[in-house]
Design a protein around this ligand. Sequence first.
Ligand SMILES: C[S@@+](CC[C@H](N)C(=O)[O-])C[C@H]1O[C@@H](n2cnc3c(N)ncnc32)[C@H](O)[C@@H]1O
Length: 346
Amino acid sequence: MASLRAGPCQRPGERTLAQAKVLRETKQQIIILVNESESRWAPDGEEARALRRRAESMWNRDYFEGVVVPLLDVRPNGNALDVGTGLGSLVFLLSSVRADLSLTGVDSEVGLVEEANAAAQGLGLDRVRFEVADAASLPYEGDLFDLVMCQTLLGHVPDPTAVVEEMARIVKPGGAFFAAEWTDRALSALPVDNVLAPTVGRAAETYRLTKTYSEGRRILGRGNDEAGLRAPLYAANAGLEVVDVRYSDRLWHAIPPYAKPSEQDWVESARSWTADPVDADLSAWAAENIDAAGGTRDDVDRYVELTESAEDKRKWSDAIAAGEFGVVSTLAMILTFARKPVSHTA
Ligand SMILES: C[S@@+](CC[C@H](N)C(=O)[O-])C[C@H]1O[C@@H](n2cnc3c(N)ncnc32)[C@H](O)[C@@H]1O
């Protein structure tokens, strides 16, 4: 089965179809931001639309606006922090719904922070700013923010428990914690498209090998692929009251005739994935992870064969060319909504 694991911004060798899509979008945005003059960041300009599309590709806007934002229940003119913000997609999305909030995004990557600041400036968002900071040691005093949030960060840090504790520290008593994190990458063993029909045996083998890969990734401090499932517990252990746990109602999909821009992006990513040979980085990265979890060389070879199969790529490519390719992601984001008890002291 073709790999279809969500969770962008991992190491180059960890690229998957969904990740490649997000990484490419991110690169495109950076190129646009670096090469183009500020005026192209007019709120109704092409670049602003691209950034909004990126922000909204993770979310159905009606759900974000009608369900997520009300559940966050941030006071008027309050302040919020997005940890591991990347190019600020969650910040820009929230600011488009709650223009009254002062929003800060932090990331450990200087380049991303610079580009996010340029975007905010270009869009004239004077209540939005971005700073460089390490999620495990945030440079803010305790009890400072009405909302502290993250989106697809906890799966990428060596110690998500410590990061959530740090996030909890800087939430005001009565303030909100919000995490949107992927489910569990091994679920990508389930069928996702109308082209490949994996046998039960093959799906089971993919599941076992992906679990082994994930276990090694965790052991090596490269991240936890079950961060979404574990986030509510991290929050409870950090002294927060978990108010609700939900799925996002967004599933990435592309169904002919690919009417939505997000579907066209998806098909374009699928096309570029089918054109990619197996890359040496991917094999080396997979080998390290699987080895760390006690897997064998055969396990590594089989993992690469299953997730980067030339035969699968050819079938996808033929279906795309025939306009018959359909795909629905089997991964969803798990949303943890929590609140810091008013009695809590930092
Ligand atoms: C998958 S990306 C998500 C970006 C953004 N939240 C989004 O949804 O578009 C993960 C981000 O976490 C950042 N990151 C990873 N470890 C970090 C750390 N220890 N401190 C701050 N940011 C970190 C990465 O640089 C990357 O931008």
